[in-house]
Design a protein around this ligand. Structure first.
Ligand code: ATP
Ligand code: MG
Length: 344
């Protein structure tokens, strides 16, 4: 009972497609880790729509409001029918302004070795605010398309502060501010100027660097090891986060975190993979690594490290790889290998 009293309440969302299979593995692996969390299972996505008529049920939102922490499987938003993306709704509902995407080499023999980068992307502002419209000319209703980007000083300060705090907390040496202030002088100039101000408060603790986004993209390919933490605005961050995932073998193993002041939601970057759902072929690594980010966020650095080490060790063996990695171990057997290793 001492253990259960110390457990941290957290929301667990199985989601769609392969979600339930990989969430099952997560639950078992976290048990083997010593169950730091007391899970509240809640529905969201297509399965929730089919069962209760709501893509994002109030009970799920309530749970996240209470726990402030969620680990979620992939969610499908139906195409057509005018549904807004569940992931975007969650981001807005909880003002999850920071998107954190680490990329770390786990399986050697890829194009690059020893990659260890973290991209921090502003998640609520910039060119993704959705202020778009057309201007008609003569008989063409779509003659001109326009999009408005919105960056605020407060939003820029908040994301820069998050990136520098993250660097300090996670013992990172450097933060690179990525912008396009030479062309988008107002929109990304404001971000750059504000991030520089924030950086000055961390002098002597974290090194600061700046890059124009196009140069950054090239240098990530030529010499990714020069980077450590990268912070950028919404659109650039979106593109660069997939680029750094590519440096370590693609989206299949990539975890992500969406963090706000009142809640944080952790997820795998991949989708619901309906083509392999229910076949025991899904690789649960990305969601497990998202679980490790959640442990970090809770300050449980030892548990996070134990989990990452166990995942690394299982994946280092040929018999510890799922179908997507060229192996033949099933989703649940992969979970068995991990729990055995964690229980020692
Ligand atoms: P969604 O519509 O939910 O985004 P999708 O099919 O567009 O789904 P993903 O789910 O990301 O996109 O899948 C892309 C490909 O990668 C699919 O062939 C899928 O089977 C594979 N894939 C994705 N995640 C995994 C995983 N965890 N394990 C194994 N294969 C995966
Ligand atoms: Mg997809």
């Amino acid at each position: 009972t001492t253990a259960s009293r110390n457990k941290i309440p957290a929301t667990l969302i199985p989601g769609d497609g392969i979600g339930p299979e990989i969430v099952d593995v997560v639950e078992r692996v976290f048990d083997a880790l010593g169950s730091p969390y007391e899970w509240e299972r809640r529905q969201a996505g297509l399965n929730a729509l089919e069962q209760g008529g709501d893509l994002l049920p109030e009970a799920t939102l309530d749970s996240i409001r209470r726990t402030g922490l969620a680990l979620k499987g992939p969610l499908t938003t139906p195409v057509g029918g005018g549904f807004r993306s569940v992931n975007v709704r969650l981001r807005e509902a909880f003002q999850l302004y920071a998107n954190v995407r680490p990329a770390r080499t786990i399986i050697p023999g890829g194009r690059y070795e020893n990659i260890d980068l973290v991209l921090v992307r502003e998640n609520l502002e910039g060119l993704y605010v959705g202020h778009e419209h057309y201007v008609p000319i003569d008989d063409d209703p779509h003659a001109v398309a326009m999009a408005t980007g919105i960056n605020t000083r407060a939003g820029s300060r908040r994301i820069a502060q998050f990136a520098f705090d993250y660097a300090v907390r996670n013992r990172r040496r450097k933060v690179t501010i990525v912008h396009k202030a030479n062309v988008l002088k107002a929109l990304t100039g404001l971000f750059l100027e504000t991030a520089r101000q924030v950086a000055s408060g961390y002098e002597g603790r974290v090194e600061v660097d700046e890059r124009i986004v196009d140069a950054c993209a090239m240098q990530l390919v030529l010499n990714p090891w020069q980077f450590d933490v990268i912070v950028s605005t919404n659109l650039f961050g979106d593109i660069l986060s997939d680029q750094i995932a590519g440096l370590v073998g693609g989206l299949g193993m990539a975890p992500g975190a969406n963090i706000g002041d009142k809640a944080a939601i952790f997820e795998a970057v991949h989708g619901s993979a309906p083509d392999i759902a229910g076949q025991g072929k899904a690789n649960p690594s990305a969601l497990l690594l998202a679980g490790a980010l959640m442990l970090d966020h809770s300050g449980l650095f030892n548990e996070a490290q134990r989990l990452r080490a166990a995942i690394d060790a299982v994946l280092a063996t040929d018999s510890g790889r799922t179908h997507d990695l060229g192996g033949s171990v099933s989703t649940s057997a992969f979970g068995d290998l991990l729990t055995e290793r964690l229980r020692g």
